[in-house]
Design a protein around this ligand. Sequence first.
Ligand code: MLC
Ligand code: AMP
Length: 520
Amino acid sequence: MTDQSLFSALRGAFPADLDGVAIETADGPAGQPFEPLRYTWRDLERGTAMMANLLRGLGLPEGSRVAVQTDKSVEALMLYLAVFREGLVYLPLNTAYQAAEMAYFIGNAEPAVVVCTPRNFPWLSRIAFQAGTRAVYTLGDDRTGSLLERAAQCSDRHRPVPRRADDLAAILYTSGTTGRSKGAMLTHGNLLSNAQVLRSYWGWRGATDGGDVLIHALPIFHVHGLFVASHGALLNGSRMIWFSRFDPAAVIARLGEATVFMGVPTLYVRMLAEPTLDHAACAHMRLFISGSAPLLPETFHAWTERTGHTILERYGMSETVMLTSNPYRPESDRVAGTVGYPLPDVGVRVHDEHGQPCAAGEIGGIEVRGPNVFKGYWRMPDKTREEFTADGWFRTGDVGRADADGRITIVGRSKDLIISGGYNVYPAEVEGYLNEMPGVAESAVVGVPHPDFGEAVIAVVVPRTGAALDATELVAGLKGRIANFKVPKQAFVVPELPRNTMGKVQKNLLREQHRALFAG
Ligand code: MLC
Ligand code: AMP
């Protein structure tokens, strides 16, 4: 069989000189003295081989899942690559997820292997073993833990397992409108085709034409940091400057050595607040890319003024990887508030609620198809069917328009979704937790504008008859139960929720009422 595995393609792009630096760390574990670590391409080759051999030793059946919730580290990236190297399925999980969320993911995905931080091992291993997981390893951000201890005893030679384009590579959980997360199944073909398209569309430069250097400052448990950023650099044999957490001043200080940066809008907002951001700091840079949430035109323009660079905004999602992008050239064709044109081979159309095509400039639901579009939701065939049209296009749940020349603008979402600092929050899930709290009759969770996070989660809560509720205690009660980015930044206790004649909660009124909450 022809090997169409993502790992083989990435490995094939390693430079001939394996002793060159592939990744240099820019920070280290919090509270420890920092010494930069330089990982060569040979280190990646050997490290992934040893981890893949450790997994091979478990004798897992094809299609087995490896679920990973660890702090960001180069070893965590190697583990990701090692899972593909061994032909297994990777399942990344946000480090903010708490016990109840993790229990759902592990129960639903039934991973054969779980890798977690040493501090979470006591409770997470219990959840995993109850769900039938064969092995639980730990991986600390300071290179401690059983994963590396065990892998160190394995051979550093490993023949990668070949995969077909249609074979499952990763499962990415995305929150569901009903509160239950769905696992989007992405194939090797989905990931590789998208990485190859972006490589040429964004003009990545190989070692022979200058050589790009990527500042990697995003988490590696979602599409943006894991796929778009990492694959971009790896498929091009480009060096990465690796931040385990985002620090705006520290990133700006390294821009002089880099050429490419990717961030969610919050990262750009925070860098703009640094006095050191100016033309000189960005003189060496080739490309700034933004995505995962709408980039405000004011941020776009402020960036151009301060740095002389125009941010390139693109649009994508977990189910589809990248869909559209503003042009790389000419730079003047990158337009604030738009997400650009469909990527080569990606079909994007705008349809109305009756399934009819919208005219140019008319607003409707954005539907997509192409080699990048996922295989379906893990063990949810009905949900999968619902999200595709009869003629096979995926309904993104985003609302927008296409201009006469095909340029896409996103104007809203038909899905009830809040995007806070690039993380997705489904109100129904948070409402579910609130409604379970003592004294709560019902609740409504909405997103309101926030200068740092773009949107912030807030909750409006109605007490049961006779119950007294304290808004601060409600928020405190959610902390530790759900991921911190889902916890409302503020709650309000009200006697009743506004409803329309059909009895439906009028969230637009709540949004309007609290619109200025975080203004300025
Ligand atoms: C952290 N907090 C957040 C938050 N991140 N609250 C809301 N939204 C967020 N995104 C909480 C913290 O826990 C803390 O709570 C308080 O808010 C202040 O935190 P902070 O110190 O300011 O946060 P920080 O750790 O600096 O993190 C902010 C951030 C991070 C922007 C760096 O959120 C981040 O890395 N975002 C990127 C997300 C991303 O990669 N998205 C891509 C998805 S892929 P407390 O209670 O402790 O005060 C995708 C598809 C596509 O969407 O198209 O790319
Ligand atoms: P996720 O489920 O985390 O993959 O989030 C995907 C969603 O993020 C998309 O459906 C969009 O709603 C949103 N998104 C991604 N990129 C952009 C962008 N550039 N502008 C506006 N929304 C975006």
